[in-house]
Ligand binder design. Structure first.
Ligand SMILES: Cc1ncc(COP(=O)(O)O)c(C=O)c1O
Length: 443
């Protein structure tokens, strides 16, 4: 099938509710940090497909693990049969998460169902009804996970009864003003207003938080914030739930991003890169949460041996290739290169990140910080034309999310940054017309 035919059938048959497209890319094959389209054009990937391809594409050890497990058995339902890869993986995951408690592991198929698991089980296990989450948070698209989310994408659908949403501490756009630490301001609002009014702590089951708020705008919270949040949780017996679906497994330059902040979660949700492209997710957390009752949160396909074998191979590769340290090093390098761009281009208001979880925010005016959303859509489109794949998000649709495969080299980083430099320069100069966007205005 040629590219035009694939695009025609995609538009005709595949539901729009599962798409956020930034440019017309038909993926035909991929290798390392590069994707080749159906016309034979190869581009560098600064997205890792929304932070899934941390190992890059076509990792031979993952391929071998999947193939040999598939030959032994292509499937087996963990609901009613045991399998060896699922218990090996459970033991490894439990050992990775800190906490002076008995750890249990639950499996799903994607990040949304992992957070849905928390939405369902945390109130059940605690006997408390309310949950707290953050405006801008993206926890998924199933009913429970969308209800926990505070992103514009889920706001369109409504939902989230009994979920109280509070501002995320954004150092670049502090909701409570610039005069004080944005983390302290949010904690003050939570403790002295929310918990004293509409969200009584004795009826609050859990707080769910992203350690770097990714789809909300790749926001790194102030250093003390998560510890402050943990203190409030401990004081009131509220569970601290950390969404590591995007940040987990080395992306932030630590195995898990919460490690940067020195907190101990009661449960962690995992997904995306976990299966190196195979659909698998997990919640790792307290026994009393995940053993609350038998058979009330099970999926027929979850924990299947092929996906678990991929996840085990992924963990092995993260260790063997030293990807946690590499993400920290390459991330520092990439952030420094983005800061150079910021000096040259007034359209860039802020660059930030942890490891290889980076954001570049565009503004029309550095003083008013008016979001430059249309400009961001054009930069991303133009970068695609020039040979770079990168996406954007943010609650104002003006933050480029830069999440390359963790295996990316500095030479590849330089190549991508040169393309961004050119694309941003052309958009700034007014050389990229609005018409190029057509159907590709993203979120
Ligand atoms: C932090 C976070 N949690 C959960 C999800 C949902 O994951 P999935 O799309 O695999 O269901 C995402 C997806 O972007 C995410 O970024």
């Amino acid at each position: 099938m040629d590219t035009a035919k694939i695009m025609e059938l995609d538009a005709k048959y595949l539901a729009s509710v599962m798409k956020v497209r930034f440019f017309p890319l038909v993926i035909a094959s991929a290798d390392g940090c590069r994707i080749t389209d159906a016309r034979g054009v190869t581009r560098l990937d600064f997205s890792a497909g929304w932070a899934v391809a941390n190992l890059g594409y076509g990792n031979p050890r993952v391929r071998e693990a999947v193939a040999s497990q598939f030959v032994r058995t292509s499937f087996g339902t963990l609901t009613s049969m045991l399998n060896e890869p699922s218990v090996q993986l459970g033991e490894r995951l439990a050992a990775l998460i800190p906490g002076d408690y008995d750890h249990k592991v639950w499996y799903g198929l994607h990040g949304s169902d992992a957070n849905d698991c928390l939405a369902k089980l945390v109130p059940l296990a605690t006997g408390r009804r309310r949950m707290i989450s953050f405006i801008g948070g993206y926890h998924g698209q199933t009913a429970g996970s969308a209800g926990l989310s505070g992103h514009t994408a889920q706001a369109k659908a409504g939902g989230g009864a009994n979920v109280i949403k509070i501002p995320y501490p954004d150092p670049y756009r502090p909701v409570f003003g610039a005069g004080r630490d944005p983390g302290d301001a949010v904690l003050d609002y939570l403790e002295n207003y929310i918990l004293r009014t509409i969200c009584p702590p004795e009826d609050t089951a859990g707080v769910i938080v992203e350690p770097v708020q990714s789809d909300g705008g790749d926001i790194v919270p102030p250093p003390r914030f998560l510890q402050g949040l943990e203190r409030v949780c401990r004081q009131h017996g509220i569970m601290l739930l950390i969404d590591e679906v995007k940040t987990g497994f080395g992306r932030s330059g630590r195995m898990f991003a919460f490690e940067h902040f020195g907190v101990v979660p009661d449960a962690v949700s995992l997904g995306k890169s976990m299966g190196a492209g195979m659909p698998i997710s997990a919640v790792v957390g307290r026994r009393e949460l995940l053993d609350v009752a038998p058979a009330i949160n099970m999926f027929t396909m979850a924990g299947n041996p092929v996906a678990c074998a991929a996840a085990l191979a992924h963990l092995d590769e993260v260790d063997r290739l030293g990807l946690v340290a590499q993400a920290a090093r390459t991330g520092d390098y990439l952030l420094a290169r983005l800061r150079e761009l910021q000096h040259r281009h007034s359209l860039i208001g802020d660059v930030r990140g942890l490891g290889l979880m980076l954001g570049l925010e565009t503004v029309r005016d550095r003083t008013t910080r008016q979001p430059a959303d249309r400009e961001m859509a054009k930069i991303v489109y133009r970068a695609f034309e020039l040979g770079l794949i990168v996406f954007y998000g943010g609650i104002y649709s003006n933050v480029m999310e830069i999440t390359p495969p963790l295996v990316m080299t500095e030479a590849e980083v330089d190549e991508g940054v040169a393309i961004l430099d050119q694309a941003i320069g052309e958009v700034e100069a007014g050389d990229v017309s609005d018409e190029v966007l057509g159907d590709y205005a993203g979120w």
